[in-house]
Design a protein around this ligand. Sequence first.
Ligand code: ATP
Ligand code: MG
Length: 345
Amino acid sequence: MPDAQAVMTALQTVRDPELHRDIVSLDMVRDLSIEGGHVKFELVLTTPACPLRETIEKDVRAALQTVPGIDDLDISWGAEVRGGATREGGPKPVPGVKNVIAVASNKGGVGKSTISTNLAVALAALGAKVGLLDADITGPNIPTMLGIEQGALSEGQGGLHTIEAYGVQAVSIGFVLPKGTPVVWRGPMIGSGVRQLLHDVEWGELDYLIVDLPPGTSDASMSMCQEAEIAGVVIVSTPQVVAVEDAMKAVGMFDRLGVPIFGVVENMASEIFGRGGAKAAAESLGVEFLGEIGLSAPIRQGADAGNPIVAADPTSEEAQAFVRLAEQVAARCSVLRYSGDMAVA
Ligand SMILES: Nc1ncnc2c1ncn2[C@@H]1O[C@H](COP(=O)(O)OP(=O)(O)OP(=O)(O)O)[C@@H](O)[C@H]1O
Ligand SMILES: [Mg+2]
């Protein structure tokens, strides 16, 4: 019969490829049981959207080859997403929400809302608890993109609350405004609108709250950074030089605000708009490149029809690109949460 200590020692040689620490000290190995030659344990990942599950499994199996007496290995998988510690004097935490992730760009129309929606639906499909906050107070698009009727909550007395669509808990000012009602709020009101969406809504327990920001260094973006501890920002850019220039300004802005940048995603890559511009710029600025989403009619149709491509056609190339993006974002979030740890250790 294999020895439990020998099993753990062998597992200690396996490192999480992103976090660069061994899986035992990361507390990823749980409930080890050994009966005869059968070894069983649970591997608890730092996110259900872990892109490296297969690599970890391969490394675990290889490491345990060195332990004598194992006939058969039974690995079950779990995931626990970590949140951050609240900074003293920093923004109030949003109750129940582990990680606030903002999607931003300086330029309008580059696909922030489309990416926020599909990112949220992809993370939920991978097994995470996900919310989506529409911070575009004057031009909310999330109701349409999730197929939720504008003004769905306008008659109710309960006020603004989340509506679930595609496994995502969504909130938008569009839920309480009948279709076609313009929002003509100015700066301070937008700030308080953002604060209410964050803090007055019962979000429940969420691993990730995705925030769809309006374009530019607007009141809503600034308020969001003051009102919530943002785990990281995903910057969206299309490939054209002018769009990339704007995206780089957004990188500079969040940097100055001290908000971590998870990286840049290139959207609408195509013959028409080009491809690779955002990647090159990300590299030259030393920020991560998170992936490329092509220009594609089904993505646009899904957004217009309220049926995001990730849900409408999960096996399509487009949906797979969003899933890879979701995994990259979740991985960056884990790395950030654990690197904070190492700084104290
Ligand atoms: N990869 C893509 N392929 C095809 N169409 C896309 C793609 N990404 C976004 N779109 C379409 O482009 C339009 C603009 O996208 P979206 O509303 O997501 O941009 P945005 O950055 O949120 O805009 P705003 O700055 O106004 O908030 C939408 O009609 C959307 O369906
Ligand atoms: Mg938008």
